[in-house]
Design a binder for this molecule. Sequence first.
Ligand code: XMP
Length: 326
Amino acid sequence: DWVMGDYIAEAVESIRKQVGSDEVILGLSGGVDSSVAAALIHRAIGQQLTCVFVDHGLLRLNEGKMVMEMFAKNLGVKVIHVDATAQFMGELAGVSDPEAKRKIIGKEFVEVFQVESGKIKNAKWLAQGTIYPDVIESAGKGKKGAHTIKSHHNVGGLPDDMKLSLLEPLRELFKDEVRALGVELGLPPEMVYRHPFPGPGLGVRILGEVKKDFADLLRRADAIFIEELRSTIDETSGKSWYDLTSQAFAVFLPVKSVGVMGDGRTYEYVVALRAVQTQDFMTAHWAHLPHDLLGRVSNRIINEVRGINRVVYDISGKPPATIEWE
Ligand code: XMP
């Protein structure tokens, strides 16, 4: 629409003015905010933008491939894709405390990002997908989630000799405006309207110690759940259950239980399904998903994901439970 078109033209103009002929680095996470920031900045300055996409091995199924396809292939954005799975798994080995895991993932993330962005010579700007609610939040509390590279004028968390200034073109926008902007810039609506995903990723959805095998099982179970939520339409509203829920995902429980398959006995892991409805993520209700949908998800996970023989549904509200299990 023309209002958004005008907004883009103005934003593009102001980004060009701000950075001139300098090089810009942006940490792409696959999330909505950094994706829209990348698309907007790319529209403004094209090849002066280099994105660094750190894959910690804790992303959803095919997420790395999707990010590369959307940005590198479709939009022609310069993206450095770093597969740091081995490094993250190494650091996480033997660690089971949730906050310790978050700290490690956050610290590794900054380290890998620094190393990669340090290779981009002459970079003067660090772009971030900071949106208006983040500005308010960090003004109030001073600190943000594990995933954010701390933002002050000359950016902490990056080597001093890099002397990067911050470029935050979404600072004045609310989430719904960021989404509309993303669609207008040509990002796929299903990407722009995705459920939120935590910075530590599957690291907080695998209870206790994180292992690559667990992540592989969880990714497949989660993808089945999301696929069924997207394809199941509620007749009353005409919306999919994906759109009727605020956040939905699978959780890996590192406990084994007994099952039967054919004439044999199985002894395998458990997956919990979590789906919530919420306005602000501070409080949430568990979603009353249709039983036939839950049944299909359970059958598919147990039949298609060898290693999982039991699926349970989380019926806890927040409070007292949190949305994530860790
Ligand atoms: P909880 O589990 O606290 O989650 O009810 C509320 C919202 O925050 C997300 N979340 C995180 N996001 N880093 C993030 O970037 C984190 O460490 C983190 N922990 C929780 C969660 O997915 C939900 O949307």
